[in-house]
Design a protein around this ligand. Sequence first.
Ligand code: ADP
Ligand code: ZN
Length: 435
Amino acid sequence: MGIFQPEIECMSRDEITAIQTERLIAQVKRCYENVAVFRERMDKKGLKPEDIKTLDDLKLLPFTTKQDLRDYYPYQLFAAPLKDIVRIQASSGTTGRQIVAGYTRKDLDMWADAMARQLMAAGADDTSIVQVSYGYGLFTGGLGAHGGAERIGATVIPTSSGNTERQIRFMVELGTTHLCCTPSYAMYLGESVNEMGFRDKLKLKAGIFGAEPWTEDMRKAIESSLGIRAHDVYGLTEIMGPGVSYECEMQSGMHICEDMFIPEIIDPDTEEPLPAGSFGELVFTTITKEGMPLIRYRTRDLCMLNYDKCDCGRTFVRMMKPAGRTDDMLIIRGVNVFPSQIEEVLLKVSGKEITPNYQIVVDRVNNTDTLDINVEMSEHMLADDIKSLTAIEAKIVTQLRSTLGIGAKVHLVNPKTITRSEGKAKRVIDNRKLH
Ligand code: ADP
Ligand code: ZN
């Protein structure tokens, strides 16, 4: 498996620290000079750019939040004049109002490098045919993956999302070797490929899937339905887009592009930085971004960093799969529940009887929260009797209770009755907000 930029991706820890320190100092100065909001916050803390001398000083700096991006929408956090901004992207707006990000020419170049690292880590090179089935447009997925695929000289098929039959026809007829899309869409494509009987006609080797949380079991399900290796890729619009971190062939955590971003893990309640290896909220400082550099941006993603040596040879720290976002977390009858925990249980139980398509419905009846989970049964199950359906429902309920610590109602529904997603899946319907 090739490494796109070994001189960067395999630097020693000392080299990484040296580069990060130099870039951090320059970035803080740049933000202080060009972003009024940041300057005011520094002044309020009695801080001057000269006070930031080492990576350890990072903790002195003020945080930036998603709310800041909304409050200072659209351009007040930009550090470059608009004439130097060559692209605007927007977040997919999963949570609340959209925010925008601006990129200079250099920012787009760095982004292409980051995604190129990911593609090569998934075994792609200039002989590969990369189908980009992430949505193109304001969402960073499509254009982000596209930039990386062009950077490594691959042949790009920019199908964008949707039109599943055509996606599969292209995959077969054009001989796609690498697929980029959300994991939920990959599941759907896998399901459709098998239904169409095209599985053996695929030339697919690997897929790069991200932009939403997914579990290890979902990875296995995708790998077996498409016959490929599935790599995880992480990113967010505020920081750049996909490629902030990328998974190598070891498939055990995503290497963060530490030459571009400094990660920290903090306690989301006290905002204190936590020691290496702790689980908490991921915070990024962008040290090369010119358009919209963010200092100590709180991602709200909960995860852990792993500084152990990786067998692939890359030295960038790895982040574990985010367990969810602080704002994804459901509080049901006072208990914290992440949709990913429910998915894990379903995928463990899934097999012959149920499929991994599900929807979580939360409501409040007589002042008590209710949790209902609709799960599609497999075609094969349709013919079975009510007794065995009830037994499967009961099995899932028991497993959920032991994982979550609360009761849930499980309903097996007919195959293909839960809407498939072409982008990010909408797994949770929280009707409580409507009351
Ligand atoms: P929005 O916040 O509107 O969804 P983005 O498209 O920028 O906009 O989404 C970024 C978020 O998507 C991340 O903060 C994270 O919560 C989630 N995400 C992205 N990639 C992954 C991944 N590989 N695993 C888990 N979550 C991810
Ligand atoms: Zn690795």
